[in-house]
Design a protein around this ligand. Structure first.
Ligand SMILES: Cc1cc2nc3c(=O)[nH]c(=O)nc-3n(C[C@H](O)[C@H](O)[C@H](O)COP(=O)(O)O)c2cc1C
Length: 242
């Protein structure tokens, strides 16, 4: 089994997306699976221009010659694609969206219809499973609703199974290691279990997903801590907003 993990967080290794990904990857590797990791921020991936050249004039080949062609080869040899993106304005990052749009080369331009609607057939093999990893700043799993729905639709378009999502809301509370060492450890341990389960069962059990998303502190404490942090940052100079 080969898993390609695409990290679409601009802050890459320094970010909270990677903080949740790390134990998850440990869990995957523990089960002997080869993980291929791509950091989109390091890649030159141009935006889709909507020219449809890849549909007919050069079937399956984009007009852009950039790092996406190497990523497409890696996708074609993977059994599962994991997309990791933080929530930005209730959706995926622009890095992730740019990447997802460029997956259009996998589609044959013809239309096919089924009970759920119309989509395109695939021209190339796409990984059988798509899994989402995401973090966000605000508390509550509802903050992921638009992103999860979007990824489910992407999976349908690409004829792949959306096999779940590892979601960590209030991600700044995972940084409260000194205040809540046991709760933080439980979250990171659960992320590791999620990686193991994904390999062993092809999905992650609800209890493990709940443990990853579990509250570490109250909303009141999260709000107070965040505001104290930003007050300190704002006090460090810079102009007043106009
Ligand atoms: C441009 C931008 C938009 C964001 N929008 C949201 C949002 O809509 N909801 C939310 O809960 N968090 C939001 N966040 C918080 C991020 O999800 C959070 O900072 C996360 O840790 C970023 O991922 P990273 O640490 O891997 O860079 C936003 C952050 C940025 C930079």
């Amino acid at each position: 089994m080969r898993i390609l993990v695409v990290n679409a967080a601009p802050r890459m290794e320094a970010g909270n997306t990677q903080m949740i990904l790390n134990p998850f990857l440990v869990g995957i590797r523990h089960e002997g699976v080869e993980v291929d990791i791509a950091l989109l921020q390091r890649k030159n991936i141009k935006r889709c221009t909507g020219c449809f050249t890849c549909y007919a004039q050069s079937p399956g080949i984009c007009i852009h010659s950039d790092d996406m062609s190497g990523l497409i080869d890696r996708i074609r040899s993977a059994d599962m694609l994991v997309v990791a993106t933080p929530v930005y304005l209730d959706g995926m990052t622009s890095l992730a969206k740019c990447f997802v749009d460029r997956l259009v080369v996998f589609m044959d331009p013809h239309f096919i219809s089924d009970e759920e609607g119309v989509r395109h057939p695939l021209r190339w093999k796409f990984p059988e499973k798509l899994f989402l990893v995401s973090v966000c700043g605000f508390p509550g799993l509802h903050n992921f609703d638009p992103l999860v729905l979007h990824m489910k639709r992407v999976a349908r378009n690409l004829h792949t199974e959306f096999c779940g999502a590892l979601l960590r809301p209030a991600v700044f509370s995972v940084l409260m290691r000194s205040r809540y060492p046991e709760k933080v450890k439980a979250v990171l341990d659960a992320a590791r279990s999620a990686g193991q389960e994904l390999v062993l069962k092809g999905s992650v059990t609800p209890g493990v997903l709940e443990a990853v998303a579990a509250d570490i502190c109250s909303t009141e404490e999260l709000v107070a801590t965040a505001n104290a942090y930003w007050d300190r940052e704002l006090g460090r100079g810079g102009d007043e907003p106009a």
